[in-house]
Design a protein around this ligand. Structure first.
Ligand code: SAM
Length: 303
């Protein structure tokens, strides 16, 4: 069963799951857009900032989607969102002044494409997988049958890399604290339903009670309904300290998209990543919005 609709400003396909639940968002419609650019570059910066110590880390990509997206697919070509994201930036890939996080991201895209194109576009799982060191462990979850099947085709699961058709909220509860005692949890839900903003804050608060030293990276969209404020409110009330807010509001630069910007909240941001993240945000704002976007790099909750 399936119908196409616009919900929360994001393009949604409705499919009923076995078991009666609803899971309908497909990231392929949005892959490579302005939000993905910021998301994947900053995620890479955070992971790199945790690698300053040799001790292994556990990385949980709780809402993984398919890992690698085909930007020539009918879904991606429907609204061509990547044209104003990775497509706009790709000509800058060899600029010597690109900051480290941007260089890492371009290098990863190039490694997936043999023809100097960016059509095989890496998602969050591809980024974490490419960056993981020998002793690190990754788990990537997605409940959507099609996304999960594609994830399994794109990556080979191993003892250190689990691909799980598992509910993200349940995985966050069940897999923390990790035996490594160091961990990065990426929460990138589709916000299909408005309750999800509060549910994410609650999930992070619960995880933080069990694993206070973990690094939690939460992505959120900027949409006209401004529901991200509920996420902020709930997190502020949770008592969690040290929450960094990195945001890019593109204003009316992308009139065809309801999502006018996006942000990341990072609980316990690695100290070593702060300069790199600031440089990445400045670069994305300059190059993607010609400096017209509004940037935030501030503490939602300080130490
Ligand atoms: C925004 S997409 C993720 C994009 C991906 N993180 C990336 O950057 O490439 C959200 C994904 O979460 C999945 N999802 C939604 N609710 C979920 C749940 N409760 N448990 C696991 N996966 C879920 C959806 O199927 C979708 O593929």
């Amino acid at each position: 069963m399936y119908d196409a609709s616009i919900l929360n400003g994001l393009c949604i396909r409705r499919e009923s799951l076995q078991g009666g639940g609803m899971l309908s968002y497909q990231h392929s419609y949005h892959a490579g857009n302005h939000a993905d650019v910021l998301k994947h570059i900053i995620l890479g910066d955070v992971a790199a900032g945790m690698f300053n110590k040799d001790a292994p880390i556990f990385m949980l990509d709780a809402f993984a989607s398919r890992g690698i997206y085909d930007l020539n697919s009918p879904e991606a070509l429907k609204n061509r969102e990547s044209d104003s994201g990775v497509g706009k930036l790709w000509p800058l890939r060899d600029e010597p002044t690109n900051p480290p996080g941007v260089r890492r991201w371009f290098k990863l895209i190039a490694s997936l494409n043999m023809d100097d194109s960016y059509t095989r576009f890496p998602g969050s799982t591809a980024m974490l997988h490419a960056m993981a060191r020998e002793g690190d462990r990754i788990a990537a979850c997605d409940l959507h049958p099609q996304e999960f099947d594609t994830l399994r085709v794109s990556f080979q699961a191993s003892r250190r890399f689990s691909l799980l058709k598992r509910d993200a909220f349940e995985a966050i509860k069940g897999m923390l604290p990790p035996k490594e005692k160091r961990g990065l949890v990426f929460l990138d839900p589709s916000y299909e339903v408005k309750e999800e903003y509060r549910a994410i804050a609650k999930a992070v608060a619960g995880a933080h009670r069990k694993f206070a030293g973990g690094v939690y990276v939460i992505w959120y969209p900027l949409l006209p309904a401004e529901r991200h404020n509920e996420l902020f409110r709930e997190l502020k009330h949770s008592g969690i300290r040290k929450i960094l807010r990195i945001e890019l509001d593109c204003g009316d630069l992308f009139p065809d998209m309801q999502m006018h910007g996006s942000g990341m909240l990072i609980v316990n941001p690695p100290w070593h990543a702060e300069q790199a993240m600031q440089q990445s945000l400045n670069w994305v704002c300059d190059k993607l919005t010609d400096g017209k976007g509004r940037k935030q790099f501030s503490w939602l909750v300080p130490e």
